[in-house]
Write a protein that binds this ligand. Sequence first.
Ligand SMILES: Cc1cc2nc3c(=O)[nH]c(=O)nc-3n(C[C@H](O)[C@H](O)[C@H](O)COP(=O)(O)O)c2cc1C
Ligand SMILES: C=C(O[C@@H]1CC(C(=O)O)=C[C@@H](OP(=O)(O)O)[C@H]1O)C(=O)O
Length: 389
Amino acid sequence: MLRYLTSGESHGQSLISILDGVPSNIELNIDEINEELKNRQSGYGRGKRMEIEQDTINILGGVRGKKTLGGPISIEVKNKDYENWSKYMNPMDDVDLESKKVSNVRPGHADLVGCLKYDFDDARNVLERSSARETASRVAVGAICKQILKNFDIYFTSHVVQIGNIKDNNLYEFDYIKENVDNSQVRCVNKDIEKDMIHEIDKVKSTGDTIGGVVEIRVKNVIPGLGSYTHFDKKIDGELAMHLMGTQAIKGVEIGIGFDVANNYGSKVMDEIIYNDEDGIRRNTNRLGGIEGGMTTGEEVIIRCAMKPIPTLYKPLNSININTLESYQASIERSDNCAVPACSVVCENVVAFVICKYFLDKIGGDNLLDLKENYNSYIKRLGDRGWKR
Ligand SMILES: Cc1cc2nc3c(=O)[nH]c(=O)nc-3n(C[C@H](O)[C@H](O)[C@H](O)COP(=O)(O)O)c2cc1C
Ligand SMILES: C=C(O[C@@H]1CC(C(=O)O)=C[C@@H](OP(=O)(O)O)[C@H]1O)C(=O)O
């Protein structure tokens, strides 16, 4: 079973992930993984921290000569900012616990409940781990998963479809999205709407406020039958939602038309099934986003995620000092103003992990050769039943 763990604090030495369950002989392209990390850092609205970090991975185990060995892969992303934080963050030396202490807890963050639950008088002990810095690890893991799936022509893309109330309601082809997202901007493929989004981010920033939005993730060439209807914890939509909701600041996940299923009649929600000799079994529409009964249908997987506005405001919100219980304004050091574009890259890679996990579960194989043979035999069997790739 494909699984991973991440470890590390936002201003600690490194972020570490261990990805276990990758078959052997998968060739890894480090530049492509680093490109994903760069994209996560680049979006419009990011704060000063991104000027310090230049995320790249260092593979510490599980790979030899650019090919996976079948064992756990350990991945390091160094925090450059550690140089500025070592006297507060060193794990095994005495550290300065006072001068960077966070007592004025921030609404919308894990600060308050984290301090109560883990018995801390310093919210730094909470925020270091709850920080979305951890998403760099998830992107590194997802980027490796993408490289596994590339061997089977399964591809991923994502774009920003909403910033605040500015929406891009158009439906685009997968390749059009891939070619037109600009990582240095908002990752909205419609350039006119993107300008409005940038204007909106700037406007909100000038008032000391923050803004959220919606990202869409697409997966192309997924085979039918990833996931299962047989038990709730085998449903792939459930697992996608868990991993995406487990991403910092994601407050809603929709598959296909999502909440709109409730506004429409059944005839406008279901995707009718058709067959012709040339294309095999197909759908004219894909409103249910490529998942039925907890399984992929073979149509494109379409997922949307709502990201809340960044909780740290330059116009600070009212809160309390966790130790004196006096009223204060929430602490602020520095912060992103809008991280929706970054979140699009994160969610895309989070989805890549889940799709890869279910793909390996369905197809099986300790090495790339076995995987390919099993895959071909499944595709052939589906072909005999009328489904064509
Ligand atoms: C890519 C990304 C960047 C983020 N940057 C910041 C930030 O700079 N400042 C901040 O206060 N929150 C930021 N957040 C959001 C917080 O990490 C998140 O809201 C917080 O950990 C509480 O978790 P929750 O929103 O899931 O409840 C970011 C989230 C993501 C996904
Ligand atoms: C470091 C990253 O994002 C951070 C996520 C984050 C938060 O509270 O979630 C707060 C900020 O951290 P800092 O206070 O160090 O500037 C962001 O920069 C990153 O995405 O790599």
